[in-house]
Design a protein. Structure first.
Lengths: 156, 161
């Protein structure tokens, strides 16, 4: 069972890599299509095999573990793509050493705002018309779900 | 049974962390990791002593992996309790001032000192060193970056910030 779990993790990452090559960064907000694709395909294979090998409680445990791995991968890819702290660290890795004012001139609030407006616009949360930004209350089910989870965690 | 004990452990751990870290000044990822490892060690030893945990059973071993996975998932989202993401600030501003001008949002974000605040946090976490106004990575920062660069290269993700 343990060996099977590790094989299922390895197959998830293999399918994830192939999915990233195929779908690139395409999003179904807030997730990347590659992540959803890898999660679904891997679990279909895993469930088909597990039905013949394990009891129901073991199947559910492995599915829960797969769900957590998917959640962790989603957050880590988000951190790499959107987190300002990760961006600062990776920039400093390239610069080795830099004067603070120089760095604050190279990475600015304007950059942060532009990237986010682009993302919000493509996820249809906002509408940009010249310099006027309008909020649209249209979010996908998944985006609403993750948003509610974050609000819950913040108030917890 | 051991599965439910693990879930209870995770809940108790989260309640303890929420009680222990009340503000951003107390909060540090390294402290949470140390507390978790101490809690986990006590948990494993007491479970063995009370005959709830038998490592020879694969199901129990996977329950411990589940415990660790829950901890990693929690660690990745705990930060939002203390610091708002720029996306959250921007969407909140646009919701309250709908429609908004881009310049107004920019002024609002500049007031929040987003980048400066994050450099301060990274310095406090000892991932970044600030000497005579020079910024550089600490040894832990370099390890963290190498791990992230490996994942970034593996998945082919662009860093936007």
């Amino acid at each position: 069972m343990i060996l099977f779990f590790f094989i299922s993790v390895a197959s998830f990452f293999l399918i994830l890599k192939i999915s990233y090559l195929y779908f690139n960064q395409k999003m179904y907000y807030p997730f990347r299509i590659a992540e959803i694709n890898a999660f679904i395909i891997n679990n279909i294979f895993v469930i088909i095999i597990m039905i013949y090998l394990f009891e129901i409680k073991e199947i559910l445990l492995i599915l829960l573990l797969n769900l957590l791995i998917f959640w962790i991968v989603f957050h880590i890819s988000n951190m790499i793509q959107t987190s300002p702290r990760t961006k600062i660290l990776l920039d400093l890795y390239n610069y080795k050493i830099i004067q603070k004012p120089d760095y604050l001139n190279s990475y600015t609030v304007e950059n942060i705002l532009d990237y986010r407006l682009k993302r919000f616009n493509s996820s249809k949360q906002i509408e940009v018309n010249n310099d006027i930004i309008k909020y649209k209350n249209k979010k996908s089910i998944l985006l609403n779900l993750v948003y509610c989870l974050f609000v819950l965690l913040k108030s917890f | 049974m051991f599965f439910f004990i693990n879930i209870l452990f995770i809940f108790l751990f989260i309640f303890f962390i929420n009680w222990f870290f009340k503000s951003i000044n107390d909060f540090a990822y390294i402290k949470i990791i140390k507390i978790y490892l101490i809690f986990l060690l006590i948990f494993i030893l007491s479970s063995i002593k009370l005959n709830y945990l038998n490592i020879d059973q694969p199901f129990n071993f996977l329950c411990l992996i589940l415990n660790f996975m829950f901890f990693i998932s929690y660690l990745l989202i705990i930060g939002i309790r203390f610091i708002n993401s720029p996306s959250y600030d921007i969407i909140n501003y646009i919701k309250k001032n709908n429609p908004s001008k881009k310049n107004e949002i920019l002024i609002h974000l500049k007031d929040k000192r987003i980048i400066e605040e994050r450099i301060e946090i990274l310095t406090r976490e000892k991932l970044v060193l600030l000497n005579n106004n020079n910024l550089s990575l600490s040894n832990n920062g370099v390890i963290f970056c190498r791990l992230f660069l490996f994942i970034k290269k593996f998945l082919g993700i662009e860093t936007e910030g």
